[in-house]
Structures are given as C-alpha cells and as structure tokens.
Design a protein around this ligand. Structure first.
Ligand SMILES: [Fe+2]
Length: 498
C-alpha cells in the first residue's frame, strides 16, 4: 500500500508519498514545479515526479489534509461566498490528477481534520513515544489553536484533543492582519514582519493588547481579524514599532497556550505545528515550558500533506532529513564548491533532493563565506531584498556552542526553527541580525552533501560555517530542477553547481 497525502485548494499545495514500511518516499511543494509562489493548485509536474516513488499505482490510498464540507460551513458562517463544488476533496484535487496518480483506477479520497493533520505531521515524524501536541495556525476548518495528547498504542498513533480555540479568535489571523497593516503580503511575508521586530520598540503593545484582546487568558479577540484591521488602527505608528509590538503580543499569546498545554498535557515532550510554529523568534521561549521539543521542518499547511498521509499509514516514520523532493542526480560537488567559495566567495548549489519546507538547507542554497564586512551587501545585491535582513549561518553541529548560545530546550537547530545569540557578531556581521541573533542551521554528522562541504570548508579555512540563503530568483519559489538552476545562472551570473 502507498499512502498519498495532499494539501491543496487554499495555498501552498503539496504532495507526499509514504509506503507501508513507514518510509517517506517523496514530499514536495507544488510551487516549485509551476513557478507560482504559494500556488494552491497541484500540477502535472509534481504528480509526474511523485509517481516515480509509488511502487504500485493500483494500490494507493489518497488522503486529504482537511474536511472540505466543514470548511465550507465555516466560510458560509463568516459571510464568504464559497464555491459549492469545493465541498468535495476530489473536485479540489482534480479528477484527472487522481486518475493519473492511480493509473486510471480512481479512488475514494479520505479526508482528515485540518489540525489533526498538523498534529500527525509533527508527532509521527518526531522521535517521541508520547507528546503534548500544540497546533497554532491562522485557521483550519473551525480550529485555530488545539492541544492534543498523543501516544502510540500497538504501534498506531492515537490522539486525544485536550483543548481548542475556534474561528474567529486566532493568533495566526492576528499576525497576518498586522503583516497587512504594515503593507506586507499576508500569508506570505509574515517572516519579514518578524525580522522587522528587531528594529522597533514595543511602544504599542499595551494599546494593541487593549484594543484587540477581550480575554488574555482564553485568547478571545474583540474583533474578527480575518479581514485585517482598519487603517485607523495605530494610524501614526512606525512600521518597525508595530512589528515589535506585534511580536511581543504574539509571544505573550503563544506563552499562554504553552502554559495551558503544560498543565493539560501528560508529556514533557512538545510537538509543535501549524504556521505560527515558523516564528523562530518566538520559538526561543518553548524550552521554558517543555523539556524536549520537536518541530518538523514543514509545520505549515504544506507539511500537512505528509500529516494526512501519516494518518493513513497510522504509525511512526523514521524521519532522518528534509531532502524529500525533486532529485538532481549526481554527487554533491564539494571540491568545485570549495574552489568557487575561495575564489569568488559566493556560489549556488542545486544537488540531490529538494528540501520539503520553506528553508533551503543546503541542497538548493546560495552559499557564501560568512566572514568579513562586505559579504552581506554582495549577497543582498544578488537577492535584491531589504538591506536590513541578514542571512543565516549553516554550521557543523559540534561547533554550534562555540559560536552560538542556543535557547533553553534546543541543543541543535537542524531545520532553522529557532534563533540563537551569536557569540562573535563582529567576526560574522552578515549572519547576525540587528538584535544579535542568528537563524542558525546546525548539521549533524549525517553524510549529507552540506555536511561534506562544511567539513571540507572547515579543513581548508578553519571556519566551520557558511552563509546560507535560499536559491531563488526574486519573486519566484526556490530552484527545483537543473533547468531552474540554469535560469538562475543566466540572470545573476553566479555559478550554480550540481
Ligand atoms: Fe493550518
């Protein structure tokens, strides 16, 4: 049996394949095949790629990450005008693609609760036998926050919901509303708002709190923030101060949820999922509430394609890395990358399987020598993004503590999910944010290409880290194929090695 998990129809369409031995055969983002960032549609490219990893297309189950009818009812209640055809997961995915995936057989589509798919994506990829699972996102069908007790019984994952918050009270909608308030794109540029927080002061925290929150304990909001806040909300405030105040308030709310989860849950292990789990700045607080923490590399809705496949499979998968997407064949070009780094300081790499998740983790990365004062501007020139945004470091894991102070609860940060304080900001200004923190990726001794490269770089230069940013043309998703890499080379004049 092959379990195909699908999330699509809203944003960030994705497809995952899990076999009956619990191996994740394939997991990828639709956007990387069509070039349309955050596309809600699947396409023939991702389906063709996935098919290579399905043993028998006549022996598959298809699992969809949410319950369309429930979502339809919520949209009706919210005064939206949902499309009636969208109460069928088959319609949303597309009959043609289902037939392609099943070799013309067609099949029933199993649907799952949106937050449960998030919970499964986290718990069944985690190393834990039991966990308290917290899901925080903008909105599922009705749920916006949920807390679960999760454990295995006879090898099958069992979930018990302990607490939940429903639409329209939503931490994720609040964050998206503030993203829109400062002129950024909601459901896309929340990470920029988070980065801006370091440049402002939380001057408007009290006002924001008073104007928006009805109950700080139960997280009831005074207004439905689904449509954003009015233009009169903090009319003269500086955008950086709004970002800082927003971050403070979201951290307060996340802490409130984590405190509740610690009291309600039986386990000291936290599994955290939903789009809000991508707030790596707020994640530094999680260790104050739980001893062990797992955030899978793709905790947003795209990751729920894997979550729904795992609900079909039922058991734990042995998750070893996030390299699960399109394959660019060949050995990782370590020697040539070192040569380029030593001579040009900057080089692209597109090798092996693409990352499943929003971060480039070394297989579709733009890499640079992180030392010195000039490299940040050089890479920014290529990336053409806001000058205030620093880049991330990728480091041999055993050197992490020599260069960074990790927050409580995090020994490593393999998927760039938490910030750490850099111990030598003067030596590495390109990878340090305004507040002295870095979004660090630590690489264990796992034989991966990026590991081999870091070892060779360390041996050659004595420096155990590189600057790492995603390999993408401005406004486009990350490079996926060799063809995309060639386009990048042609546009920016930077070599991309495979
Ligand atoms: Fe979600």
């Amino acid at each position: 049996m092959n379990y195909i998990g699908i999330s699509c129809g809203f944003h960030d369409a994705a497809l995952s394949v899990v076999d009956d031995k619990g191996e994740i055969k394939f997991a990828a983002h639709s956007e990387r095949y069509c070039g349309n960032k955050h596309t809600k549609h699947l396409n023939i490219g991702i389906v063709d790629d996935a098919i290579q990893y399905i043993d028998d297309r006549q022996d598959v189950e298809i699992h969809y990450y949410e319950r369309p009818l429930m979502k339809y009812l919520r949209q009706l209640r919210a005064g939206e005008k949902p499309v009636i055809a969208n109460i069928s997961a088959k319609n949303i995915i597309g009959e043609g693609l289902i037939h392609k995936l099943t070799d013309g057989l067609g099949t029933k589509v199993h649907t799952h609760n949106h937050h449960l798919s998030h919970a499964a994506a986290g718990f069944q990829t985690s190393p834990f036998d039991d966990a308290t699972v917290v899901v925080i996102d903008a909105i599922g069908e009705f749920d916006t926050i949920s807390i679960w007790d999760a454990k295995y019984v006879n090898g099958k994952a069992v979930y018990k919901k302990l607490w939940g918050k429903r639409y329209p009270d939503s931490i994720g909608l609040f964050y998206s509303a503030m993203t829109k308030r400062v002129g950024l794109l909601p459901l896309d540029e929340e990470y920029i708002l988070m980065g801006m927080a370091a440049y402002g002061k939380p001057k408007h925290y009290a006002e924001m709190y008073g104007d928006l929150l009805e109950s700080s304990v139960d997280l009831d909001f005074k207004h439905n923030l689904h449509i954003g806040v009015t233009d009169n909300f903090l009319p003269n405030a500086d955008d950086m101060d709004i970002a800082s105040s927003t971050q403070c308030l979201v951290e307060y709310m996340i802490s409130t949820v984590m405190d509740r989860a610690r009291v309600l849950g039986k386990s000291k292990n936290l599994v955290y999922g939903g789009g809000v789990a991508l707030n790596c700045l707020a994640n530094r607080l999680l260790g104050d509430y739980f001893k062990n923490i797992w955030i899978m590399p793709n905790p947003g809705d795209a990751g729920s394609s894997l979550g729904s496949a795992l609900l079909g499979y039922g058991g734990r998968v042995h998750f070893s890395n996030a390299y699960l997407g399109h394959d660019i064949l060949g050995d990782y070009p370590v020697d040539n990358l070192i040569t380029e780094l030593l001579t040009k300081q900057i080089v692209g790499v597109a090798s092996g399987r693409a990352e499943f998740g929003p971060r480039a983790l070394g297989n579709r990365s733009l890499l640079a020598d992180p030392r010195g004062n000039e490299i940040k501007d050089k890479v920014n020139e290529i990336k053409r993004r806001q000058k205030f945004r620093p880049f991330a470091p990728v480091i041999l894991e055993e050197y992490t503590h020599q260069y960074f102070d990790m927050p409580n609860g995090f020994d490593n940060s393999r998927y760039m999910q938490v910030i750490a304080t850099c111990r030598h900001p003067d030596l590495f200004p390109a990878i340090v944010h305004h507040d002295g923190t870095s979004r660090v990726q630590t690489v264990p001794n796992d034989g991966s290409g990026i590991r081999q490269l870091l070892e060779a770089w360390h041996e050659t230069t004595g420096c155990p880290m590189l600057l790492n940013t995603s390999l993408n043309i401005r406004g486009e998703p990350m490079v996926n194929t060799r063809f995309d890499a060639d386009r990048f080379e042609a546009i920016y004049g930077i070599k991309v090695l495979s």
